[in-house]
Design a binder for this molecule. Structure first.
Ligand code: ATP
Length: 503
């Protein structure tokens, strides 16, 4: 599956979905550009999210707040003091790692070993995996389980206490080696803040240190009263936002999974204190349904509930998707209590309360947050859609089985040959449909090659214009997934496409 992942990455480049940033200058690490196909797919993902939040929920409205914000906001939110990763260097390779990730990878390796042994045992005794795990008496497995549990307990405690000394000690005790130098020559662990900073204003006036926002949520919190008052919003209600966020990630691997500049789609839902866990459960369910409605396969999702909660949360879960490199977080759902609003009240000295006409009193609302990365959603979409198929006659094709609503191009219009008025007829079809669907004209190479190119970018429909089209106004429509073809009237095309493309 690492193999498939590599293929997806090169497919993204080859067909204009994703390019390395600043490529002609040898690239900028963990920063990416979206190409002509990528931007369409990304916009469609954003629309699918925005419509499900803002269009379909009468009590959710959107905003678009600035990336720069008053620096005190990041003090109040806790990001200046606590938005850190624990880093460790190997003294021989001079490579820098996240201490927590080194330990997590080590535990994952032990898990792998345990699973392999259990699978072997299951095969030997004809048990299911779960039975075999339950009946385990094999000393090798028991020993590994004990080791894993011990490390897990120490690790959770060290994180909870922010005990950097102990994190280092775990790395030493587990004899974790640097994959590059192969040595265990580690420095101390120290905290590294993930926010990018820059300066605003001229230095003569005294420049102000400002941050590039590491999340879009704070723009919503500080506008809570503006929106509530001007929109006459009644609790419960939500504010949604899509926008760029920036984090100086240290472990910047895995393509667009972890980027330094990325995009978030966040929604803060404001509720009565005491009702937050009910709403948390509701949004958890709603968000999972949203993911599953795309049809990537229900078994590709799971919840990962947090045992260790961030300073602001009283309940939290991730929606994980099975990427080619394992189950990974795509979305976080957090019950953030009144932490953010209260903290902004304190730091700004302004009241951020809501007067509840039904209860006849004022309070600071509690917040449920749903936060999803556009780029991670893009990657899960690519991973789910990418297919290599063997065809009859020893041929093969690469096809992106994208949901039609997300496909960059909905319809390709292909004149069978480049003359006899067929290109003009094809252009006429596009001119009639282009206001409703993104269409593409292609006349180069054989029809077979043109179909392959459309398969590779996930176009759900291709129509071929031939001489008969000039006589009876019909075309051959070809369906991407089944490759079936049929003859249809040109004036039926809009209905056929709309049927699958609208969600
Ligand atoms: P991780 O544990 O993977 O670093 P996180 O828990 O810090 O993620 P949140 O702060 O909850 O992430 O951010 C919400 C969402 O934003 C994530 O679920 C993810 O989809 C997206 N996201 C966060 N960091 C990045 C990044 N560096 N690159 C791309 N997307 C990101």
């Amino acid at each position: 599956s690492e193999d498939i992942f590599k293929k997806i990455v090169s497919h993204c480049k080859e067909y204009g979905f994703v390019f390395q940033s600043s490529e002609i200058y040898d690239g900028l690490s963990a920063v990416y550009d979206y190409g002509q196909m990528g931007v369409e797919l990304k916009n469609n993902i954003k629309k699918y999210w925005w419509d499900s939040m803002v269009l379909l929920n009468e009590n959710v409205v959107g905003i678009d707040s600035a990336i720069f914000m008053h620096p005190t906001i990041w003090k109040a939110s806790g990001h200046v003091d606590a938005f850190n990763d624990p880093l460790i260097d190997n003294k021989d390779s001079k490579k820098r790692y996240r201490a927590d990730v080194l330990i997590e990878e080590y535990m994952a390796k032990i898990d792998d070993k345990i699973n392999k042994e259990v699978e072997k045992a299951a095969k030997r005794f004809g048990d299911s995996f779960d039975e075999a795990m339950f009946r385990q008496t094999n000393p090798r497995i028991l020993e590994n389980q004990a080791k894993r549990d011990e490390v897990h307990t120490r690790f959770a405690k060290a994180l909870n206490d922010s005990n950097l000394e102990e994190l280092r000690q775990i790395i030493i005790d587990c004899e974790i080696v640097d994959p590059i130098s192969g040595t265990r020559n580690w420095t101390d662990v120290r905290q590294f803040n993930l926010m990018f900073a820059t300066e605003m204003g001229s230095t003569a006036d005294g420049a102000m240190k400002v941050y590039l926002r590491p999340e879009t949520a704070q723009g919503i919190f500080v506008n809570f009263l503006n929106v509530q008052k001007t929109g006459r919003m009644k609790i419960p209600f939500g504010i949604a936002q899509i926008g760029k966020a920036f984090r100086n990630e240290i472990v910047a691997r895995q393509f667009i999974f972890r980027m330094r500049e990325f995009e978030q789609m966040e929604m803060q839902f404001f509720v009565r204190p005491g009702e937050e866990l009910e709403w948390f459960a509701k949004w958890k369910e709603t968000r999972m349904k949203w993911h599953k409605a795309l049809g990537y396969g229900d078994n590709k999702y799971r919840f990962h509930d947090h045992d260790k909660l961030a300073h602001y949360a009283n309940s939290a879960t991730d929606i994980e998707f099975e990427m080619p490199f394992g189950f990974k977080e795509v979305e976080g759902i957090h019950s953030r209590t009144d932490f953010d609003l209260s903290s902004h009240e304190q730091y700004s000295g302004k009241k951020l309360q809501y007067f509840d006409p039904e209860l006849n009193k004022s309070y600071t609302p509690y917040v449920i947050e749903t936060s999803i990365g556009v780029d991670r959603m893009f990657l899960s979409t690519m991973s789910a859609a990418y297919c290599e198929e063997e065809l009859e006659g020893g041929e093969s094709r690469v096809v992106l089985k994208l949901p039609a609503a997300l496909a960059p191009i909905k319809l390709a219009v292909l004149p069978l040959i480049k003359k006899d008025g067929l290109p003009e007829k094809a252009q006429e079809i596009i001119d009639n449909l282009k206001f409703d669907f993104k269409c593409q004209y292609d006349e180069k190479d054989s029809i077979g090659k043109r179909y392959r190119r459309q398969d590779a970018i996930g176009t759900p429909y291709c129509v071929t214009v031939d001489h008969q089209s000039l006589e009876d106004n019909t075309v051959t429509i070809r369906y991407r997934d089944t490759m079936e073809q049929e003859r249809v009237a040109i004036d039926k095309l809009a209905d056929i496409i709309a049927d699958k493309v609208s969600m």
